[in-house]
Design a protein around this ligand. Structure first.
Ligand code: SF4
Length: 310
């Protein structure tokens, strides 16, 4: 059998379908003995990630569950205070936050890839896309696809940034159709309820803005999907029904780092943590309700939870 390129988009997507079929087989039998689980995190989506900011710098969205904060704590680094992030003093509705790029990561030249070396690359994974770095994201995306790779752009989308990207690919590099073939947008929307979003995802855009971005990308002919990771609502079916007409797929995932990061101080903290418990307790029901839809996928954390709690 010829060797396969395990980092290519084709391989990754075929693997996602195989793993989902195996998971559903276990759910149907209520027997998870044979369920194989690999690495957690972004590996469900791609083997490669690319970021244009310095690794441990906090991301200005300041989500309560951010894995960078958890990583810094684990590695016993001092967690930078949000005030240290450039431009954070200047917040206006979360829309003039700044996330500085590392010039070498933007200016890097990409070597041309072939069938065996091309990759499916998720970007960014340790920060988000803001008005001050969106052009750099576009520059890198364009170089990446021109070198022969495929891209997965993951963001809690801001309308100004999505409009900038659409315009950049259409009118600046004039590469729109090629970009559409090789880039997928994955918009993170864990709830349709802004009280969930405001509690967990600090300065990130509210539901309506992200949903408008999904619709705009879809209407412009881009491949757009949704990441409901972490799942913040107790009604994922409603979220699915709202998104379904516009997306190629939706991934549900659970929150990974809460115990390290949240100190229960207020009644509000307790309420939202209790809601996460309700979500966990209902994961099996959610899977059973949604498994009939081809567009639905489950991150490894949820598959593992069902296996561990069978
Ligand atoms: S958007 Fe992502 S990287 Fe930024 S704070 Fe939220 S979880 Fe962290």
């Amino acid at each position: 059998m010829s060797k396969q390129n395990e980092k290519s988009r084709e391989y990754v997507i075929a693997k996602q379908l195989r793993e989902r079929a195996q998971f559903y087989e276990c759910v149907r039998k209520n027997n998870y003995t044979d369920l194989k689980l690999g690495k957690n995190g972004t590996y469900d989506w791609s083997q490669e990630t690319y970021n244009i900011k310095k690794g441990s710098k906090p991301c200005p969205n300041d989500c309560k569950y951010c894995y960078i904060k958890a990583m810094n704590i684990r590695m016993k680094k001092e967690v930078d205070e949000l005030e240290d992030v450039d431009g954070i003093d200047d917040i206006e509705d979360g829309h003039n936050l700044k996330c500085e790029s590392v010039p070498q990561k933007v200016n890097k030249n990409w070597r041309t890839a072939n069938e065996m070396t091309k990759k499916y690359i998720m970007m960014p994974s340790s920060h988000d896309i803001f008005d001050n770095n969106v052009k750099d994201i576009c520059v890198v995306t364009n170089k990446m696809v021109n070198a022969g790779h495929d891209g997965l752009i993951v963001t809690k989308a801001r309308m100004s940034c999505i409009r900038f990207m659409i315009d950049y690919f259409r009118n600046v590099v004039k590469n729109e159709e090629f970009i559409k073939q090789h880039v997928e947008f994955r918009i993170t929307i864990g709830s349709y309820d802004n009280t969930d979003i405001r509690f967990w995802e600090g300065n990130a855009p509210l539901f309506e803005e992200r949903f408008e971005c999904v619709k705009l990308l879809h209407n412009q002919g881009y491949n757009v999907s949704v990441s409901a990771e972490p799942l913040l609502t107790t009604d994922p079916m409603r979220l699915y029904n709202m998104m379904e007409p516009y997306i190629s797929c939706i991934w549900f995932g659970e929150m990974n780092y809460v115990p390290i990061l949240i100190e229960m101080k207020t009644e509000e903290d307790k309420r939202f943590l209790a809601k996460l418990d309700v979500i966990k307790d209902n994961l099996k029901t959610y899977v059973e309700q949604l498994m009939k839809y081809d567009k639905v996928f489950w991150k490894k954390g949820i598959r593992k939870y069902l296996k561990d709690h069978a």
